[in-house]
Structures are given as C-alpha cells and as structure tokens.
Design a binder for this molecule. Structure first.
Ligand code: ZN
Length: 239
C-alpha cells in the first residue's frame, strides 16, 4: 500500500465561485477521488488545519506527498516547509503541481527562485519528451488541454534529471512541463498543468501522469532515526 497525502491550500475554491464550480469539494478531493485504489491510500491536508495538516505523525505516515498551492505560499509556516523538505531528503516522494513552483518546500529543495513567465488562458499541447520514463507510461506522443494557464521559459530551476513532458502553447511559448529531480533519497516530480479555473485534473492523461508519478516517487528506501537507510545493513555504509 502506498500512502499518499494530498496537500492543498484550499483558498480559491472557497473564495471564487468560478473555481468552486469546477472543484466543488476542492482540488485535493478531486485528486483523492481519482488516486484512491486498492494499492493507494489517500489522505488530504489543508492549510487551515492545525500545523497546516502536516504534523510529524502525518509526515511519518506518508510515502508520497502531492502539493497544490498558489495564493497562500507565505502562510505555510517555515517550520512546516522544512519538515516537508527533511522528509523528502529522507526518502518521501513529492509531486508539486502547477503554481506550487513557488511553494516553500519546492523552493527549499531546488535552491533557486523557480520563476517563470506566465499569461492567462491558452490552449496547451503537452509533448512526451521522455517516453521510456515510468511517469510517461500510457501517455500518447502528445495530448491537448483546451485551456490552461501559460507557463513559459525561462523556468529558473536547477537542471532536471529528466524532462518527461514539454508544453507548447498556442501563443508560441514552450515550457519544461514535467521535470524530475532527486534530492538525497527523495524523488520529486514537478508538473505544470493544473490551474484552478480549468478542469485539468479531470483530464484522463493528467490523472494517469499523476498516478504514474505516485508509483515512481514512492520511497525505495528511507533513513531511520540514526540516519542510515533501512535497506542498508552494513554499518559502515554511507549514502
Ligand atoms: Zn494558475
């Protein structure tokens, strides 16, 4: 069983009628509904919960965290962001969606500004630029989103391990839409689609990509309290 925690700041859905119309139960519950299975157990956490829903106990019980945030990045306490970062370094997977590029945990893990160009609604075609990657399995050569927020280069991230998807917008821009990173024992996937005003998380390929990413990002091994990976039983082994 893979234990997933979907974190959402859950602000736009409460404050904007047009967003609530697309995600009446919040983006986190939409993601939970399509991920939940016999193999994936999903809990949700939101900013308004004590400790932003990310207590030590919740994080210790999470294999993969999914993060959606936009207008309230600064409301996430630094202590919580550091807690997420540390969990990733110890092996927890992290999937950062859309405007989460400016979230505290992602910026801490990247070490850069994670800035980009942006513009409101456009048609996007997402090209698979790493078809043998596990996250790309079952995804065609390209697929379209009729409406998505344009994110464009230059995206000020460190060089990714793989650029699994590259987005093209009808306005002409391109963007590294699906990037993987490794930090210590943790696997990170950044995925650009997912603006709150559009039904992106109802697209079958977007859902498949996020599900694939959960399987890819789940911990292979995790550090124990002493700092040694569980899977290594040689005392002098170092990571
Ligand atoms: Zn957006």
């Amino acid at each position: 069983m893979i234990k997933v925690t979907v974190w959402n700041e859950f602000v736009h859905e409460r404050e904007m009628e047009n967003v609530r119309a697309v995600y009446p139960d919040g983006i986190h519950n939409c993601i939970k509904d399509f991920l939940q299975s016999d193999e994936i157990e999903v809990r949700t956490a939101t900013l308004d919960m004590p400790e932003s829903g990310l207590t030590e106990e919740v994080i210790a019980d999470t294999d993969v965290m999914i993060w959606w945030g936009h207008c309230a990045h600064d409301k996430v306490p630094d202590e919580i962001a550091l807690r997420v970062k540390d969990a990733v370094l110890k092996g927890m997977g992290l999937i950062v969606l859309h405007s989460g590029h400016h979230s505290k945990p992602f910026k801490l893990l990247m070490g850069t500004s994670c800035d980009l160009q942006w513009r409101e609604g456009d048609r996007e075609r997402i090209w698979c630029t790493c078809p043998n990657h596990p996250i790309a399995q079952g995804i065609p050569e390209s697929f379209e989103l009729a409406a998505e927020e344009m994110y464009g280069e230059y995206f000020t991230i460190p060089k990714p391990d793989d650029v699994v998807f590259t987005g093209w917008f009808a306005g002409g821009e391109v963007f590294r839409s699906g990037c993987t990173f490794t930090r210590d024992l943790g696997r990170i996937f950044y995925f650009q689609p997912g603006h709150e005003e559009y039904p992106t998380f109802k697209n079958e390929y977007v859902r498949r990509i996020i599900k694939n990413a959960v399987y890819w990002a789940k911990p292979v091994t995790r550090k124990n309290k002493l700092g040694s990976p569980h899977a290594v039983d040689v005392p002098e082994a170092r990571i």
